[in-house]
Design a protein around this ligand. Sequence first.
Ligand code: ARG
Length: 459
Amino acid sequence: MSGQKLWGGRFTGATDPLMDLYNASLPYDKVMYEEDLFGTKAYTAALHKLSILTAHELKEIHRGLELIKEEWAANKFVAQPGDEDIHTANERRLGELIGRDIAGKVHTGRSRNDQVATDMRLYVRKQLQTLRQILAELIKVMIVRAEKEIGVLMPGYTHLQRAQPIRWAHWLSSHATYLKTDLDRLDQVIERVNVSPLGSGALAGHPFGIDREFLASELGFGGVIGNSLTAVADRDFVVEVLFWGSLVLNHLAKFSEDLIIYSTAEFGFIKLADAYSTGSSLMPQKKNPDSLELLRGKSGRVFGQLAGFMMSLKGTPSTYNKDLQEDKEPLFDCLTTVNHSLSIATGVISTLSVDEEKMKKTLTMDMLATDLADYLVRKGVPFRETHHISGAAVAKAEKESLSGIDQLTLEQYKEIDSRFEADVKDVFNFEASVERRTAIGGTAKSAVLAQLKSLAQGL
Ligand code: ARG
């Protein structure tokens, strides 16, 4: 049986109990109780400015809203049948606490359509501000680690094949660069979230000329949405948050995939702390990188929520339709997943250990073949030619069964090309190779330190 419905006047028959369950959003939208009460507080203040509420009525309402907030906070709010959603639940309770005569005026000119859009934006704004802090913390941890381990060299890969030597700090800085862009993107999303739909009524606008700018400023919004039809229906901000979360998790998935590979016995570059690993129920020797695998896996979950909600939105007609209630579960789940994922990534990166020796041992002389070509470029030979000459040196070393191009004698080099001189031996130094890449974004110490410095700005 359902209790008294807000919209009950026109209806005579009872609803199917399953329909009540199907329709109810309170089980998940109650997380917005504070925002709902905050919105009503501002809204009733604006009604008072219009003389729709007396000073005494306003005071009573605000007192009631405070009591309801305390009940929710103490987990003492008792939902009743007929509390469809957080808006109906709070209004019903207000009537019980301060009397229906006064509480019955609260919804004048307001609809749950502008109300829910307002609550959502307030809630999302708060959650995104928290995510901003957690994301900034992750970037900071990466920067600190990179600065401390600036001297560590490792192989850089393309196609997952050893390519050129790089600094471990350069790898860290690369992932931090993705995340820093996510942070900038988040700031832009927050700006678009932070606009006020309140005072738009059900769709057509406010019949008593409510001061929408006053409402916006009371609620800390940066502006008002300029069309009431759009204000009640616009869920682009939800799509943007879901997209943003999907991209962040995509970045964390790439980061995780690298680390999973680096943590295998075959690579042995890093070791995850026990706190972020688990064992096998069958094989006693196993230590599995579950934290990283979950980070990688969750990227699919959040992208699924984006795709799912886009499908729910597609083809809905103008203004409010109940399809829009389907925004909440994917959005809330996305916010929680991103929040936890960022925190786990921070834990993983701040506690893993790096095997500097293992990384160094994996560097091989063939990774300096480009540097050998560049050596002749510095002597005025065109790169297309030097690329070929360096290839010939690699082939010769292989043919002679030498361990690397550094083992060829000067005579052998001269046989390949007469422009090789005694200083060719200086090429075969990983540190020197890395240190040549001083241009912006490169792997030389100075270039990586400059990247870290710029990443640290605005965190
Ligand atoms: N629980 C609803 C939602 O989340 C609130 C808006 C209901 N509006 C309506 N016209 N039935 O979308």
